[in-house]
Design a protein around this ligand. Structure first.
Ligand code: NDP
Length: 258
């Protein structure tokens, strides 16, 4: 069997949190094109349903959308129950939902700090833990968390200490779980994108001048596109990455090199 055939995900079952749009949507499309059934998990259920329909229309795999706040334990338990009821197993989990707040450290309130940590770090913990419980029972599974180059470098000029701290946490959480599960068939890796053009970065008019600065600083002179994360997502999801665990993949067009 050739490498492209080995990379296919036919018959696998995946969930993607924050899958309604942006990076999560691009990942969902990619793994569906590779043959996996996909569960779109999001707080924006209308958009999640639209994305799920679009993907099943495009690829023919089975898709469902589940309204889940990744910070809420009951929501996450419910999500797993629905997935097991619909599909009877879970092979691949993309814990991707995240937000960013640009606020000076000395002005940020406790609630603002906690909100970013809750969604970006605790949300990844809750969803990857829930996935791991199923996968450890099965003796097999792949968990992929979305971290960021902000887990490695400090973005400038915007102040975003809570985001940077949350993403550094995701990288260490990923490695910790990878080591705990290594001998039990469950792999855990993270993807650390650089600036990617999604609603998170493009929707706010305040970010427009920043985007020009980021592009000036970028070795490739531009932001990335969500589809430029699709190949690594398919690789990490499937069995060709069986020797890959506890790794963080920086896909940032060289941004964090200097
Ligand atoms: P988007 O804002 O475009 O999409 C994120 C999705 O997650 C939205 O649909 C959002 O819904 C949903 N979401 C937010 N909070 C929750 C929650 N509590 N529970 C479930 N779903 C939620 O973001 P991106 O696609 O740009 O980002 C995806 C991930 O990639 C994030 O973890 C982000 O930190 C990371 N990343 C992004 C980069 C970028 O430049 N774009 C760079 C590096 C990392 P709603 O809109 O209703 O809030």
């Amino acid at each position: 069997m050739g490498i492209m055939e080995k990379m296919r995900l036919d018959g696998k079952v995946s969930f993607v949190t924050g899958g309604a749009r942006g990076i999560g949507k691009a990942i969902s499309i990619a793994i569906a094109e590779a043959g996996s059934h996909v569960v779109i998990v999001d707080v924006d259920i209308d958009e999640a349903k639209k994305t799920a329909q679009e993907i099943s229309g495009l690829t023919g795999v089975k898709t469902i959308a589940i309204n889940t706040d990744v910070t809420n334990q009951a929501d996450v338990d419910n999500m797993i129950a629905i997935i097991l009821n619909e599909f009877g197993k879970l092979d691949i989990a993309f814990c991707n939902a995240g937000i960013c707040m640009n606020l000076p450290a000395e002005e940020m309130t406790l609630d603002q700090f906690k909100k970013v940590i809750d969604i970006n770090l605790t949300g990844v913990f809750l969803t990857s833990q829930a996935a791991a419980k199923v996968m450890l029972r099965q003796g097999k599974g792949s968990i992929i968390n979305t971290a960021s180059m902000s887990g490695h470098i400090i973005n400038v000029p915007q102040p975003q200490c809570s985001y940077n701290a949350s993403k550094a946490g995701v990288i260490q959480l990923t490695k910790s779980m990878a080591i705990e599960f290594a001998k039990r068939g469950v792999r855990v890796n993270s993807i650390s994108p650089g600036y990617i053009g999604t609603e998170l970065t493009l929707k706010s008019p305040n970010l427009k001048p920043l985007i020009e600065k980021w592009n000036d600083m970028a070795p490739l002179g531009r932001m990335g596109r969500p589809d430029e994360l699709q190949a690594i997502a398919v690789y990490l999801a499937g069995d060709t990455s069986d020797f890959t665990t506890g790794s963080d993949f920086i896909i940032d067009g060289g941004f964090s090199c200097f």
